[in-house]
Design a protein around this ligand. Structure first.
Ligand code: ZN
Length: 179
């Protein structure tokens, strides 16, 4: 079943909470509803604990209503990569806002099957969509549209309509680099 989901949001960086408060979680949920989404991934820089806590709170207070995928945005060889932690312990990874610096292609080749997707839209950056499509085709990457929200109201500016099974299928067997 296809759902509407934004895979790249900085909820911790949007709120400044060190631990999510229920009021913050309600605001996040309100914004997800307002955009008509089924869920979001929470992908702060080099931190995943906040995302897991928000997921726990949403699952507790809004059971069965929203999909919250914990993740984080990390740097691998100076490239920004978003990791999403799926339920069977596999990890879906995509290139965030690719700017095609000189080492980009080398990076994609080196990572091989460890990268599964690439952003074609990101509300914080103007991306070269033709080039993204070309690379996606060449390296068999799924193209993604995300907000990269750094404030709650930016959540869901862009989103994907996708069956989550597609993520599981793409990253089958890829495990977390720093569990
Ligand atoms: Zn980001």
């Amino acid at each position: 079943m296809k759902i509407k989901i934004d895979f790249h949001t900085h909820c911790l960086e949007s709120t400044g909470d060190s631990v999510p408060r229920i009021g913050t979680v309600r605001e996040i949920v309100k914004q997800i509803r307002k955009r008509g989404l089924d869920g979001i991934a929470i992908t702060d820089h080099d931190k995943k604990d906040y995302a897991y806590r928000v997921k726990e709170m949403v699952d507790l207070h809004f059971p069965g209503e929203f999909v919250i995928l914990p993740g984080q945005e990390i740097c691998i060889n100076r490239q920004h990569v978003v990791e999403l932690y799926l339920e069977n312990d596999s990890v879906f990874r995509f290139c965030a806002h690719p700017l095609f610096g000189s080492r980009f292609l080398e990076f994609i080749k080196e990572e091989g099957d460890n990268i599964h997707g690439i952003e074609i839209k990101n509300a914080a950056w103007q991306l070269q969509e033709d080039k993204v499509n070309e690379i996606a085709k060449r390296y068999n990457l799924i193209t993604l549209k995300n907000s990269d929200a750094h404030s709650i109201r930016e959540i869901g500016i862009h989103y994907n309509e996708i069956d989550l099974e597609e993520l599981y299928r793409r990253c089958n067997g890829t495990k977390c680099s720093n569990p």
